[in-house]
Design a protein around this ligand. Structure first.
Ligand code: BDR
Ligand code: CA
Length: 311
């Protein structure tokens, strides 16, 4: 079993990624780092703790990561994030509060320590902004080679973004950090909107969770239905809602779900450029050995059906 760290801005699809990782036989979830994005960091940390308890994973620790981007001193949740994920990040559903608290160790130090301890065995999986990884890399550059695999949800290479025509939300939060990560972190796979927007869940699926008759099934169905309704009402997709973050988890343990392109990438972070936050091939490194891959195609039917089996 691979050791996995999830770095989550929990978030509805982050909540799905968490459940998927816990349910997966090949994954040993050793910790969650809380980050900002769909909600404030202290809210996403609480969501992760509450969901872990709901799913019976009482032993998985939650660590606090950064609460704003590497170039700002504060963070406000984007209105579009609130519309999609609700005020509390999980569809305004009240999940029973965990009695546990966050770990006293900082999330960045936890990541660095785990990289040294587990090396090749470690999968680091961020589903929010890349601020924590960029900070960890600057503190200890050796983790670029140590971490076995970094699989991230973020970016858009071949399809329009979801914040601007060029920019996906996680990258948009901290393009400087993302650029630093793409240029330095080895063995990295980007699972972006190119593939995640093709993986849709519907109310037919959430009805099956409801039918389980468990509190977890009921809570998760309520959370997910909020997200499906938001996709419908905001005209993002009328057929269902995207399994962004859980797809990244699936790809990390079974890369055959996607077809990838070997590519050294960079992110535009010049505010004036008009494509701020864009993930794009690094022209200066086209002839150099690649350190990353970008997913461009996905076997969506197999993934959605496997995901539903797991839930
Ligand atoms: C990504 O942004 C967040 O809102 C979602 O949780 C997902 O990680 C999609 O662009
Ligand atoms: Ca997310």
């Amino acid at each position: 079993r691979k050791k996995m760290i999830l770095d989550l801005d929990t978030g509805i699809d982050d909540a799905l990624a968490l459940a998927y990782a816990i349910g997966h036989d090949d994954i040993d979830l050793i910790g969650i780092i809380a980050t900002y994005g769909n909600a404030l960091t202290n809210v996403t940390a609480k969501n992760s703790l509450d969901l872990l308890d709901l799913l019976g994973a009482h032993d998985v620790p939650v660590f606090i990561g950064e609460s704003h981007s590497s170039t700002t001193t504060d963070f406000t949740v984007m209105p579009i994030s609130q519309a999609i994920h609700g005020q509390n990040g999980i569809g305004d559903v009240e999940v029973a509060a965990s009695t546990r608290s966050v770990d006293s160790q900082n999330g960045i130090d936890f990541l660095i320590e785990a990289a040294h301890q587990y090396k090749d065995e470690l999968i680091y999986l961020p589903t929010g902004p890349l601020t924590n990884l960029a900070k960890a890399l600057k503190k200890d550059p050796s983790i670029a080679k140590l971490i076995g695999q970094t699989t991230l949800m973020g970016g858009a290479l071949t399809v329009p973004g979801n914040v601007t025509p060029f920019t996906e939300a996680n990258i948009h939060q901290d393009p400087e950090a993302a650029d630093y990560v793409f240029k330095n972190q080895e063995n990295l796979t980007m699972v972006g909107l190119d593939v995640t927007l093709r993986t849709l869940l519907t109310k037919r699926h959430t009805q099956e969770w409801r039918d389980l008759g468990t509190t977890a099934g009921q809570n998760y169905a309520d959370i997910m239905d909020y997200y499906i309704d938001a996709y419908y009402n905001l005209d993002i997709d009328k057929k269902g809602a995207a399994l962004h973050d859980p797809l990244a988890v699936a790809v990390a343990v079974d890369p055959s779900y996607v077809t990838t392109l070997d590519l050294n990438m960079q992110v535009t972070y010049d505010q004036e450029s008009g494509d701020y936050g864009r993930t794009i091939g690094d022209k200066a490194k086209l002839l150099e050995p690649t350190i990353s891959k970008a997913a461009v195609l996905v076997d969506q039917d197999r993934f959605v059906s496997d995901f539903q089996q797991m839930m």
